[in-house]
Design a protein around this ligand. Structure first.
Ligand code: ATP
Length: 196
């Protein structure tokens, strides 16, 4: 997968719609302190399904919505769109992932215009060996975190890079369904025993 474009509106300091083209290769973001470099990386991770407000440097998820300044009123929603290209198949396929949050209404996700769950978005990116926690997104402090990582954390990074973390999610899902089915079967046995 190659991310080609990032569009933001009402996200943190990006109150007006902003459109960023991401060219092939390594992309670095430079600018003076406080200009919004980290906000851009956070927008990318947020649209990929990040669900920890703390890692977005906020107390609650609605803190990603433009909070207003002395001269501009706050916004009621934030939206981030990722335009990507799915490579590796027979034909390259365009992919549009949108996350939107409204005050009091929470987050909603769309993939190519279709409403989906947060989990679908996380799986889509995990299968493409990327995602909200991908080591390919190098934020401030990330390099020292990689150096100081415990073996388990390092393994997680390698698994993400290898594109197999989606398999763990599916395994957890399957195990949960299995447990629910076992509980249903046990309940059914009880009902049958009561009837006899
Ligand atoms: P540095 O180089 O110092 O790390 P940076 O370029 O990474 O800075 P960011 O941390 O991305 O900058 O942006 C910080 C700015 O974003 C601050 O001015 C802060 O007020 C603004 N900001 C963060 N959240 C919101 C919000 N919800 N509404 C409006 N502005 C916000």
């Amino acid at each position: 997968m190659r991310i080609k474009r990032l569009r933001l509106a009402g996200f943190k300091s990006f109150v007006d719609a902003a459109d960023l083209r991401i060219e092939p290769g390594l992309t670095g973001i430079v600018g003076p302190n406080g200009c919004g470099k980290s906000n851009l990386l956070e927008a990318l991770r947020w649209a990929m399904g990040e669900n920890s407000p703390k890692s977005m440097r906020g107390a609650g998820m609605e803190d990603v919505i433009f909070a207003g300044t002395e001269s501009r009123p706050r916004r009621d929603f934030a939206e981030v769109q990722i335009l990507a290209e799915q490579t590796g198949g027979e034909e390259d396929e365009e992919l549009e992932v949108v996350r939107r949050i409204e005050r009091g209404a929470g987050s909603a996700y769309r993939i190519n215009g279709r409403d989906v769950r947060a989990k679908d978005v996380a799986l889509l990116f995990a299968d493409a060996a990327t995602g909200a926690h991908s080591p390919a997104l190098v934020s401030q402090g990330r390099i020292s975190a990689v150096i100081a990582a415990k073996p388990g954390e390092r393994r997680q990074m390698l698994e993400e890079a290898a594109g197999i973390s989606g398999l763990h999610v599916r395994r957890r899902d399957a195990e949960q369904r299995l447990r629910a089915t076992e509980a249903n079967l046990a309940r059914l046995d009880e009902v049958i025993a009561d009837q006899e």
